[in-house]
Design a protein around this ligand. Structure first.
Ligand SMILES: *Cc1c(COP(=O)(O)O)cnc(C)c1O
Length: 233
């Protein structure tokens, strides 16, 4: 049981759900169209269990070994696992076997390996292409102009399903400024759909900017700090 000194995951989840509901209402959107991905990276399995006990189903991880331990411990609870970090080639087999989603695809080679290694009997692995929407030198993700080519390649693969786009914009402190890169990601998805793609996912918005992301059409917000507290690393 949480004590006074242990922040309650349940209360934190309720607060984040309220923020999502309010942001959806302000944008005339149905809150049910927005999936909260609880980013549990670096957090112990007991905290994930607390969140599961409070009705949370989707979890985001980006350190593979840490994630695999939690996944193994919680199989019977049937959480949905999202790999939200960069993927190196030597990680694709474990990700293809253990996750429902990968959000940060920026190379065809990785998408092809995930498709080839997706085990028989599992639904296709859902993928998002990560877009470096602000063109920051330090960030991973594809330049917007390169996204069409990668999307056209990924849709040819059999055991992955291209669902949409993901981004982590440069930090901005006002909501109007935060909305601009999210609007640009939404426009980019529209351009892909105008070319014949059928993308339905915008993975955008974190603890500090989820309201702006929802205003611009986010379908998946990835929230860590405001659910589980600050991370050590
Ligand atoms: C850590 C992380 C998050 C969560 O960020 P918070 O600011 O803690 O909410 C979201 N997306 C990605 C890709 C991350 O690595």
């Amino acid at each position: 049981m949480p004590t006074d000194s242990t922040p309650s995951i349940a209360d934190a989840l309720d607060r984040v759900r309220d923020r999502i509901a309010q942001a959806a209402q302000a944008a005339n959107r149905d809150p049910a169209d927005i999936t909260l991905v609880a980013v549990s990276k670096t957090k112990p399995v007991d905290r994930v269990r607390d969140a599961l006990d409070h009705g949370q189903r989707d979890f985001g991880e980006n350190y593979l070994q840490d994630a695999l331990a939690k996944i193994g411990a919680l199989t019977e609870r049937e959480p949905l696992w999202h790999f939200i970090g960069d993927i190196q080639s030597n990680k694709t087999r474990d990700i293809a076997s253990n996750f429902a989603w990968a959000h940060a695809i920026d190379r065809f080679k990785i998408a092809r390996r995930l498709s080839d290694q997706r085990p028989e009997g599992l639904a296709p692995l859902n993928l998002c292409i990560q877009v470096n929407i602000d063109g920051e030198a330090s960030k991973s993700g594809l330049a917007p102009d390169a996204v069409v080519e990668l999307a056209d390649q990924i849709v040819e693969l059999d055991h992955v399903r291209l669902r949409g786009l993901m981004t982590i914009p440069a930090p901005r402190d006002d909501e109007a400024g935060q909305r601009k890169p999210f609007a640009a990601l939404r426009d980019l998805m529209q351009r892909l759909n105008d070319r014949g793609h059928a993308l339905d996912t915008l993975s955008m918005g974190m603890s500090t900017d989820l309201e702006a992301a929802i205003a611009e059409g986010a379908t998946h917000v990835r929230v860590g700090t405001d659910i589980f507290g600050a991370r050590d690393h």
